[in-house]
Write a protein of this length. Structure first.
Length: 269
């Protein structure tokens, strides 16, 4: 039986308690972020992550990204993070930036077919960051069935996910809507694989050498295509979708390709 808790105001103790208990039990929790509502599971419980994928109706080839509470946790989960990538995280976290990094090899987790990478983000939502500080890193995909729009309020999430979720945290309607911008930090220079809430102009203001395949080749400076991914119907997935589903996936949050080097890079939640 699912439970819903108010996740606003000052009386948050029951919500935190219920969510922490659910995560520790390997159950799923729906929570608000600064972009869309997310579906969360303990990143270190393989069965919980699989439960998350099953609830969304997606496979292990679309592993969920991981939300953390503070930028200082970056090095605990990722390795070989370039200085340019650190600058982006320091500038835009908390916020709508997801970074793909090489995962620490010593971590005992199974997020799916990640090919040794992990997608990380610090959400700009104070109550959710507080929850993350209590639970530790959470695997979080957008709160929707794959192929459906990402939920912007808890009622939409409940309608789509129903009893597959143990605890729903009602933080009101989120105002973000746009997915996070995804930057691959596993190569020689930061490479943007999805343009979302952060534009290429904002990224290049911090890291001028950042590259992307998503801009029109003849007019990079004006960046008129930054909203192009947003014009496509989206699946609210957190990970890359197959090439044929890329148009659907472009608005999902927060997401990242399992293999960011693949030629069929698929935007994700």
């Amino acid at each position: 039986m699912s439970e819903r808790f108010d996740f606003t105001g000052d009386e948050l103790a029951p919500a935190y308690r219920a969510a922490v208990d659910a995560i520790e039990a390997g159950d799923l929790v729906v929570l608000p972020t600064d972009t869309v509502y997310g579906l969360a599971a303990d990143a270190f419980k393989a069965d919980a992550v699989q439960r998350l994928l099953d609830a969304k109706g997606r496979g292990r080839d679309m592993p969920p990204p991981v939300l953390i509470s503070v930028v200082e946790s970056l090095d605990a989960l990722a390795t070989d993070v370039p200085e340019a990538g650190r600058k982006l995280c320091e500038e835009f976290w908390p916020g709508p930036l997801t970074v793909i990094c090489h995962a620490q090899g010593s971590l005992m987790w199974d997020l799916g077919d990640t090919h040794g990478t992990v997608a990380l983000r610090v959400p700009d939502h104070e109550n959710t960051r507080e929850l993350l500080s209590r639970t530790g890193p959470l695997a979080v995909s957008s709160a929707n069935r794959s192929g459906q729009p990402a939920a912007l309020d808890v009622y939409d999430a409940e309608e789509q996910l129903a009893e597959s979720v143990a605890v729903y945290l009602d933080g009101g309607e989120v105002t973000g809507g746009q997915p996070s911008t995804i930057v691959d930090l596993t190569g020689e220079v930061p490479h943007v694989v999805r343009i979302g809430a952060l534009s290429m102009r904002q990224i290049r203001k911090i890291v001028p050498e950042a590259t992307t395949d998503l801009e029109p080749k003849d007019d990079v400076q004006d960046e008129p295509a930054e909203q192009a991914p947003q014009d496509k119907p989206a699946d609210a997935a957190v990970q890359d979708e197959p090439t044929e589903a890329a148009a659907e996936a472009s608005k999902e949050e927060p997401g990242v390709p399992a293999d960011s080097k693949a030629t069929d890079v698929r935007p994700a939640d």
